[in-house]
Design a protein around this ligand. Structure first.
Ligand code: ATP
Length: 355
């Protein structure tokens, strides 16, 4: 296992005249040894490009890739000792499930006596024991992808395991089960794992640290709780959560935010940078809907069973609130926010609120 570092990494697929020509615009990141990481972001934000730079399938236009401090930028994928699991199954159809799992070990000359127990362990963890002697060709795409996951996990000596949207072909009802199995495997084997996905549920359930990307840049790397409670950028607020964070344009006057002239108390004093567009962010889960606070105009209510999402406007700005199913909506509803649930943004970046 290894600590993976990215030092000023940039990448352009073609000639680059300006910043917009880079698929990765400049990354400085560290994936700690033994950690479970997710790279999360919308299609085209550069996740696969970054993964391929780590594995060595792609050489970055600029910058260095470091494994345990050693510069591996010029090393071929084979020399980096990385296991990679792709979106679609990579298995040998003519081999049995067991032979497929043993292949990465046999290929590296691991003694037969060590291969057997390790393969049995992986078969067991992935629930494939009963199929061990079946030919891969006869299996469904789901099961073939399970074999691919197993092949990625079978070697003990890899520097890291990289997963590129590995659950895409998996049936939705099996996905939660495989995510849980991957997490268990990570806990048990302690490999450094980097998992690429555009699905926030996958990222937040798998990873201890989620790296959120947009347009070739990292906007925040943090725990699921940090991303939820303290989004560093309004993009993270929108992208994580369902519905995402409410962002309301505001004027800031020391300890108060004015939204359309309505005062909202902040948790402390804020010195707004000169000329910056200011806004406040509040998660729908932290909006109290009732008889107190500022006037709220209800536009639509979505009933999700255990809870309801109430969509409306505050001073003309869209605002969503998540409320328990049995909440009574007053004739003239009002909304209130606990100051500690508020985040303040200057030009979309979160700024600290003073005491
Ligand atoms: P997805 O989830 O759709 O795979 P992604 O976040 O993994 O997206 P990348 O595939 O890394 O994003 O793509 C980042 C940018 O680089 C995109 O604008 C994409 O069009 C561009 N790109 C990716 N591969 C190539 C390539 N081989 N040649 C030219 N441009 C490319």
């Amino acid at each position: 296992m290894a600590r993976i570092g990215l030092d000023h990494v940039r990448h352009a697929y073609g000639p680059a005249k300006g910043r917009q020509d880079y698929a990765l615009k400049g990354l400085d990141l560290a994936f700690d040894d033994g950690g479970a990481f997710a790279l999360l972001g919308p299609s085209g934000c550069g996740k696969t490009t970054l993964l391929n730079i780590i594995s060595g399938l792609l050489a970055p236009s600029e910058g260095r890739v470091l494994f345990d401090g050693e510069d591996v930028t010029a090393l071929a994928p084979e020399a980096r000792n990385i296991a990679q699991v792709f979106q679609f199954p990579v298995v040998y159809d003519t081999m049995t499930v067991r032979q497929n799992l043993a292949f990465p070990l046999r290929n590296r000359g691991i003694p037969r006596a060590r291969v057997g127990p390790r393969v049995d362990r992986i078969l067991d963890m992935l629930g494939l024991t009963d199929l061990a002697d079946r030919r891969a060709a006869s299996l469904t795409a789901d099961l073939k992808q399970k074999i691919s996951l197993g092949r990625g996990m079978v070697r003990e000596d890899v520097a890291a395991i990289l997963f590129d949207e590995p659950l895409t072909v998996i049936d939705p009802h099996l996905k939660w089960q495989l995510r849980a199995q991957l997490k268990t495997l990570h806990r048990e084997f302690g490999h450094t794992m980097v998992y690429v996905t555009h699905d926030q549920t996958e990222a937040l359930t798998f990873a201890d640290t989620v790296v959120v990307m947009t347009e070739g840049e990292v906007v925040q790397a943090g725990t699921p709780q940090e991303l939820f409670e303290r989004p560093a950028h309004t993009f993270v607020g929108h992208f994580i959560g369902s519905p995402g964070m409410n962002v309301l344009p505001a004027e800031i006057e020391e300890g108060t935010a004015l939204v359309g002239g309505e005062p909202i108390a902040l948790p402390g004093r804020v010195s707004a940078p000169r000329g910056a567009a200011m806004s406040i962010g509040v998660r729908p889960e932290f909006v109290a809907l009732g008889d107190h606070g500022l006037p709220f105009k209800v536009l639509r209510v979505d009933d999700l069973g255990r809870e309801r999402i109430v969509h409306g406007t505050l001073a003309g700005h869209p605002l969503a609130a998540v409320v328990p199913e049995d909440t009574r909506l007053p004739a003239h509803p009002r909304v209130a926010f606990s100051p500690t649930s508020l985040n303040v943004y200057a030009d979309d970046w979160r700024i600290e609120v003073g005491p």
